[in-house]
Design a protein around this ligand. Structure first.
Ligand code: URA
Length: 211
């Protein structure tokens, strides 16, 4: 039987299969799916959240519930196509019961998967969605109010912390100065940074016209 070639940048089938079979922590007992990623593995921007919720567990894809729909809407507003411009995943790949925060043991058990995803995608910029992702990836435990919107250069990469969309759903005002508007500013910074890092990718990320 002919083997279909994988698209460029794809993860090896054997890696995906190992990840799908993972039983390194107790979350494997109750999951419906290991939620690995969506988007393009050769994207310049990687988006990392906390852990799958109920919709993600059912569909097997990250950020597809209410939070994810809001996140996509904000990403599209600043000019990203979430399917082709981004690689989206979580620090924990299986749903914690009742959407509780993942424990440190679960975060530790899942760590190799996100490290391997990061090394494989090798993005120019990483957007960290919410405090759990920031703490897990960068060991920083400040409040999101002080972390968000400020570039961090660490471990040879550029990171942008942003509010978690679940927080934005609880604070839905679109007024200037409110969390939704702040998040749009932060995502715009990401987009602008890409134009500066990669002027050659102008066709993919056209710089917004000067004001
Ligand atoms: N929240 C997250 O952090 N990740 C998801 O995939 C969904 C909701």
């Amino acid at each position: 039987m002919a083997v279909m070639p994988s698209p460029p940048g794809s993860f090896k089938q054997s890696w995906l299969e190992r990840c799908r079979q993972c039983s390194r922590c107790g979350l494997s007992a109750e999951r419906q799916h290991v939620v690995i990623s969506r988007g393009d593995p050769s994207a310049k921007v990687m988006v990392i959240g906390e852990a799958p919720g109920a919709s993600e567990d059912i569909q097997g894809l990250p950020f597809v519930g209410r939070s994810g729909q809001l996140l996509d809407q904000l990403l599209r507003t600043v000019g990203f196509n979430p399917d082709s411009d981004l690689f989206i995943c979580n620090v924990v790949k299986c749903r914690p019961p009742n959407n509780r925060k993942p424990s440190s043991a679960e975060l530790r058990a899942c760590r190799p998967w996100i490290e391997e995803q990061l090394a494989h995608v090798d993005p120019l910029v990483v957007v960290l969605v919410g405090a759990t992702a920031v703490a897990a990836m960068l060991k920083r435990k400040q409040a999101m109010r002080s972390l968000r919107g400020v570039w961090i250069e660490q471990a040879g990469r550029l990171w942008m912390p942003v509010f978690h969309p679940a927080y934005l759903l609880r604070n839905p005002s679109r007024e200037p100065g409110k969390p939704v508007a702040m998040t749009l500013e932060d995502l715009r910074q990401v987009r602008l940074r890409l134009c500066q890092c990669e002027p050659a990718s102008g066709a993919l990320f056209p710089c917004p016209p000067p004001p």
